[in-house]
Design a protein around this ligand. Structure first.
Ligand code: ATP
Ligand code: MG
Length: 358
């Protein structure tokens, strides 16, 4: 019997609305599979919590969360609470404290109708972007060049340690080998003459241990172009924190938008909890209306199950998402439908149960 202890952080805006549907899916799976069980503990962390308490989570929030196997997060952000507080003190803090150094972002076209690109199929757009999640350009290192004259010149430094660079690149090679796919590194060695030259050399060095993995190396500008013009070139992709942030948004755009973008923040060694979340934010413009698309957060369930070795369930969830998207009646508003968040969630569960019953 496998038991997975899940800390729920529904968060702000549409977060709680979509998370409720993801939890429904997990509970349905628990019912169908006597070998898996989940427990859920909800934490009210987020911007509302901040407005009441002056901080994003309990003082010992990290200690509390440490007890769990996984964190399942809806969204954080609230008009009136600056992003740098809500992000820094909750999301980024969790990623850092739990050394979730791998950001796994599947970019897959779930239904051909969702892409704005011309005549592209599910086969053309199907990649896994592995983004470095702990250092790089987002290390927060920098300074004013002339103290006392902060407005004159500022420095923002990327931090690329050998340990940090090697472990993400190695993770990516392992993933490519395991799934028998090619590996593309995205960098910018021709302009960032320290960090990206280093990145490229580590990519090459580690690659010597993986002669069976076919590799490609692209500059980030060219890669951005190919994401749109030739997405079929990419299978497994590894890149730095900043570049990963940017190219995965291009990925979201070519696969149907934020309602279809999920991301896992992984500590592969399982020394600390990993965190599963949709890529979208709290969407204050549609919050409370019950019309948010829950597909991203349901896809997170698939990632979670894969991570805990339940890849049969991970696959079943993804297949059911694709199945469901063939039913126009269950499309949410942002893709031209009129289904509510709850209708999509309920229909999903119905279809999953049906597909799994003998
Ligand atoms: P935050 O400050 O929390 O990041 P935001 O408004 O800046 O919120 P998002 O929440 O990502 O950023 O929203 C960007 C746009 O995408 C909004 O118009 C929103 O309505 C839309 N959107 C985001 N997520 C979804 C979803 N799950 N379903 C439908 N529309 C969504
Ligand atoms: Mg935002």
């Amino acid at each position: 019997m496998k038991h997975i202890k899940i800390a729920l952080i529904p968060g702000d805006g549409i977060g709680p609305e979509v998370i409720a549907e993801g939890v429904k899916v997990l509970k349905a799976i628990e019912k169908m599979d006597s070998d898996i069980s989940f427990s859920f503990t909800t934490f009210p962390y987020g911007c509302e919590y901040y407005l009441e308490n002056g901080r994003m989570m309990d003082e010992d929030g990290i200690e509390k969360l440490k007890e769990f196997d996984a964190i399942y997060l809806g969204a954080v952000g609230y008009p009136g609470v600056p992003d740098h507080i809500s992000l820094r003190d909750l999301l980024l803090r969790i990623r850092k404290e739990f050394d979730q150094y791998v950001n796994l972002r599947p970019i897959s076209l779930l239904n051909p109708s969702l892409t704005p690109l011309k005549s592209r199929t599910e086969e053309d757009i199907d990649m896994l972007v592995i983004r470095e999640n702990s250092e790089g350009e987002y290390a927060g290192a920098g300074d004013w060049l002339f103290p006392g004259k902060p407005e004159e010149v500022v420095l923002q430094t990327g931090v690329f340690s050998r340990k940090g660079t090697e472990r993400i690149i190695r993770y990516a090679y392992e993933e490519a080998r395991k799934s028998n796919r090619s590996l593309t590194s995205i960098s910018k060695g021709n302009a960032l003459n320290y960090s990206m030259v280093f990145w490229d050399s580590v990519f090459e060095e580690v690659g010597k241990e993986y002669p069976d993995v076919k590799t490609f190396s692209y500059l980030v500008d060219a890669a951005s172009l190919y994401f749109v013009s030739n997405p079929e070139r990419f299978e497994v992709v590894v890149t730095s924190n900043l570049f990963g942030d940017i190219v995965t948004d291009i990925g979201a755009a070519i696969t149907g938008g934020l309602g279809f973008a999920t991301g896992a923040n992984i500590n592969p060694e399982k020394a600390f909890p990993s965190m599963f979340e949709p890529v979208h934010g709290s969407a204050p413009d549609i919050a409370g209306k019950g019309i948010a698309n829950p597909i991203a957060v349901i896809w997170s369930v698939s990632q979670m199950l894969d991570f805990f070795g339940e890849s049969n369930w991970g696959k079943a969830v993804l297949t059911t998402i694709k199945d469901l998207l063939r039913e126009k009646d269950y499309h949410t508003k942002e893709i031209g439908g009129s289904a509510s968040t709850r209708q999509v969630g309920n229909r999903f569960v119905e279809k999953l149960i049906k597909s799994m019953s003998p």
